[in-house]
Design a protein around this ligand. Structure first.
Ligand code: FCB
Length: 453
């Protein structure tokens, strides 16, 4: 299994999951601070207050990353560090932190890949309505262009949003993520304003960018398969595909929302939040699309009413189905063929942009052994199988240019707190000591050989 020359190997993280240092360097609260401190919101009561303390330990983390032999690091900027209250001037202390991180990376020959929004909206903007409000899209573009102006001398890859589906739908339809709202129409408005913000931000950044810069977005995509060939199940799968994949891919790469999706949500919204010109704005051509893949979603039509709470707004009658496959600690079924299917589908049905796997990885119940090491053969097996699926997609012609493992190190796994360990590097949350797992050494071999024997 040999990957093409220049294939970008990397690891990924996100600001709130690793940084800690919440009230340092002029940072203001984000919706995730508020949410994680809300009793009952996080299963374990954990918060990101300290997390991996990456804010103070970034230099050590960059050293560890260099040992992985990776050429790339995908991380997110915390908007509440950079423009703490959502609007106004850049907070120089916040900028300085990222500037030092970027220099440390470049010093090790690691290219920084920035995500502008990985879910930590400044609380001040939430107080003004958050993503359901149209104005937030413009605030996002203003933030993007201000930060880009100061960092694009060294950062050449810019991702606007990480997984707008998750911010919009888990945050606003079922409320298991910040800001914890349960309102299908607010979720749909949020999805639209996120993507509008994406389009506005790309245009504004490109206007001041050099020719060597690339802009795009990361979507969490997954095949939605009908559990049986019963037409009701087939239709449930169509609806989930619509509200998980096509609701983002079509405006982005085909110029507008799919008609069937708008019909599927017509009971909960008249979609008047989509204004003239918005679809053209969202359709500004991206250089790349990042795909985050973790699982397939087999579904069937169940007995509940469509109006019940659902992560696919307005589709409360749809149920996910287990196929009895082995699962990760997240309860996600392991199915590498889903990665092959989604990459080749995007390549076929939405040709144009380069593709990257911007996240893939697995949580297992890792423990440090008596030998002081973390042996995680399951993660190695998981990654090997997914790398092979991606490789097969490349052989079949998909323009896949790189692969980022989630995650560099164990971190705050959102609603699950610190219980789910996704890292190549183990973090002891008492001492904050970092220990590379067996998978880290295996991954280093893979990146150095650009494949596996
Ligand atoms: C993705 C998120 C990432 C991480 C992984 C496990 O949805 O983008 O932050 O939590 O899931």
């Amino acid at each position: 299994m040999q990957f093409p020359d220049g294939f970008a190997w990397g690891t990924a993280t996100a600001s709130y999951q690793i940084e800690g240092a919440l009230d340092e360097g002029g940072r203001a609260p984000s919706i995730w601070d508020t949410f994680s401190h809300t009793p009952g919101a996080i299963e374990t009561g954990d918060t990101g207050d300290v997390a991996d303390d990456h804010y103070h330990r970034y230099a050590e983390d960059v050293e560890l990353m260099a040992d992985l032999g990776v050429g790339w690091y995908r991380f997110s900027l915390a908007w509440p560090r950079l423009i703490p209250h959502g609007t106004g001037a850049i907070n120089e202390q916040g900028l300085d932190f990222y500037s030092r991180l970027i220099d440390a990376l470049l010093d090790k020959g690691i290219q920084p890949w920035v995500t502008l929004y990985h879910w930590d909206l400044p609380q001040a903007l939430q107080d003004q309505g958050g993503w359901p409000e149209r104005d937030t899209a413009q605030r996002f573009a203003d933030y993007a262009v201000a930060v880009h102006e100061r960092l694009h001398d060294r950062v050449k890859h810019w991702t606007t949003l990480n997984e707008p589906w998750v911010s919009a739908f888990l945050g606003h339809a079922v409320g298991v993520h910040a800001p914890g709202i349960k309102d299908g129409e607010a979720a749909l408005r949020s999805a639209h304003h996120l993507m509008l913000g994406h389009g506005l931000a790309i245009d504004a950044m490109r206007a001041q960018a050099g020719a060597d810069e690339q802009f795009g977005v990361t979507l969490n995509l997954h095949p939605a398969d009908p559990a049986t060939d019963d037409p009701a199940d087939v239709d449930a799968a169509r609806r989930v595909d619509g509200l998980a994949n096509r609701i983002f891919l079509d405006p982005l790469l085909r110029g507008g929302y799919p008609r069937d999706v708008l019909e599927d949500v017509s009971a909960i919204t008249d979609a008047s939040y989509i204004q003239d010109g918005d679809e053209a704005q969202i359709a500004v051509q991206p250089d790349f699309v990042g795909i985050n893949y973790y699982f397939r979603t087999p579904v069937r039509k169940g007995e509940k009413a469509r109006s019940e709470l659902s992560p696919w707004p307005g589709q409360g009658d749809v149920e996910t189905v287990s196929r009895g496959l082995p699962q990760t600690e997240m309860g996600w079924e392991i199915d590498p063929s889903g990665l092959y299917d989604i990459i080749t589908r995007v390549a076929r049905e939405y040709p144009g942009p380069d593709l990257y796997v911007t996240e893939n990885g697995a949580a297992f119940a890792d423990v440090k052994g008596d030998d002081g090491q973390v042996h995680d053969p399951q993660r190695i097996e998981y990654l090997d199988a997914h790398f092979r699926a991606a490789h097969r997609a490349i052989e079949d012609g998909a323009p896949l240019r790189g692969y980022f493992v989630w995650s560099l190190m164990d971190n705050f796994e959102w609603a699950f707190g610190f219980t789910k360990r996704f890292g190549l590097i183990h973090v002891d949350y008492e001492t904050l000591e970092r220990t590379p797992k067996d998978s880290a050494r295996w991954f280093a071999e893979t990146t150095r050989a650009n494949g596996r024997p």
